[in-house]
Design a protein around this ligand. Sequence first.
Ligand code: ZN
Length: 103
Amino acid sequence: MVTERTARLLLSNGGEAALEMTVEPWAETHQIPPKRTWVVVTHSSAADGSWAGVLHGDEPFQVDHRPESLTVWVNGNCFHLGDADGTAIDAADWQCPARGSAP
Ligand SMILES: [Zn+2]
């Protein structure tokens, strides 16, 4: 049995134009449409529940904002990107601890 932790980050584009968002360290770039909210989910398989790559505990994400774009640093094993309705947009889930043994 795998005990993984899950973290969700909501990203809303309140502007009038599409907002560029890059998901690191995978360097996946997408455009969030205006007036839309997207959700980034990540999982960690660390036995102690920590998130890799951060100095403090309980920091699954870091968001760097620039005038025209966002960069989301994900500190878990994977990311799953979807819209507010749950429709999948992108994922990097080959190391996802929540997938278990499923293909
Ligand atoms: Zn996952």
